[in-house]
Design a protein around this ligand. Structure first.
Ligand code: 5GP
Ligand code: MN
Length: 338
């Protein structure tokens, strides 16, 4: 059994007695957190439970298709509604983040002052257990969406997958594994995917929506990164790409346009550590990826106020872009001095 029977019964009871359930994704939402909230929303609807999804800030357009029939609000655009929803909720379920601050400062503060029961379903290291009433945490799964499938399977005796529930879970698994290229060495992931396909997921359709819906600007931005903004540190087996505010403006940056760019660093033979630095309006964002043993989660926690997983992590800085690039270059060079 993945989780103690008491956890399962408790979650079942909490859902049963709740009338207003709020589902919350993390800030800067990705396919896993969006897939998971969408899937759980459809599951609760099936159980005749009224729920509402709160997304801290806007999600990329390529995820629109998973959210079409979901009732949600973007908290950054509707502060008051988000606050009211959380205040009126009788159950709060957080998906794909391990600490309140990962839902952004605004949601974090509301959650911290809320006395409502809170459930966490997540696959990140070191969950903030003290802030939740019930925690479903497992790190050696492909994604939170896969974990959600396991949790729902435990609370449901009967088959429960509709096409909408299955599709959200598939989107989470597929995006969080980089289309089955990392965190995907467990047989179980494929057993779950087989169930999802059996229940209506059109894998080809999902891939078209997620990967073949670039705008022309997004594709040109990618080309620009690779030809003009990539530095390779062959000796240190590292590669770094950066984008300034002006670069993003030049290509009419839209949310989600930088998704996946960091992975190109690892597509170079022999490169094991990839970094993407982007200058955002209020901070410098750092995305980190590792191909082998180097632990980018530790690196992000130690130096860049961040975290994540061993092979995919992120962080940020409030210093200048130049300072961050210099510091990262120094850190990379020091990692392999001759
Ligand atoms: P990405 O580089 O795609 O933004 O993030 C990769 C992974 O690192 C994701 O699993 C994400 O949850 C985690 N991550 C990204 N930024 C942060 C951060 O600032 N803090 C923490 N704790 N995790 C982060
Ligand atoms: Mn995830």
């Amino acid at each position: 059994m993945l989780f103690p029977q008491t956890y399962i019964s408790e979650l079942k009871d909490k859902i049963e007695i709740a009338n207003n359930i709020v589902l919350i994704s993390h800030f800067n939402p990705d396919g896993d957190t969006i897939g998971a909230v969408s899937s759980l929303y459809h599951y609760l609807k099936l159980k005749n439970k009224s729920s509402k999804v709160i997304i801290p800030n806007e999600f990329p357009n390529f995820l629109d298709f998973v959210m079409t029939d979901v009732s949600y609000i973007i908290a950054s655009k509707n502060n008051n509604e988000a606050r009211n929803l959380i205040d009126q909720a009788d159950l709060i379920i957080c998906l794909d983040f391990n600490a309140f601050h990962r839902a952004g400062d605004f949601i974090k503060d509301i959650l911290l002052s809320s006395s409502k029961p809170k459930v966490l379903i997540d696959h990140h290291l070191e969950p903030e257990i003290k802030n939740f009433d019930l925690v479903f945490s497992k790190i050696n799964v492909s994604s939170t969406s896969e974990l959600l499938y396991e949790v729902l399977s435990l609370i449901e005796e009967k088959p429960f997958l509709t096409k909408d529930i299955a599709q959200g879970i598939y989107v989470g698994i597929c995006t969080d594994t980089g289309s089955f290229s990392f965190s995907c060495n467990h047989r179980r992931t494929y057993e779950v995917v087989a169930e999802l396909v059996d229940n209506g997921v059109d894998v080809e359709y999902v891939h078209q929506e997620v990967y073949n819906t670039y705008s022309e600007n997004r594709l040109r931005l990618l080309g620009f990164c690779l030809s003009e903004r990539l530095t390779v540190f062959h000796k240190q087996k590292a590669a770094m790409i950066y984008l300034s505010k002006e670069d993003l403006k030049r290509f009419n940056y839209q949310i989600g346009d930088c998704e996946g760019i960091v992975n190109f660093c690892l597509s170079i033979k022999g490169i094991e550590f990839g970094v993407l630095v982007t200058e955002r309006f209020d901070r410098i964002r750092i995305s980190l990826r590792s191909k082998l043993d180097f632990d980018v989660n530790q690196f992000a926690r130690k130096y860049w106020n961040g975290g994540g997983h061993q092979k995919a992590a992120g962080g940020h800085s409030f210093e200048s872009l130049e300072w961050v690039l210099e510091k990262l270059t120094e850190q990379i060079k020091n990692s392999c001095k001759e």
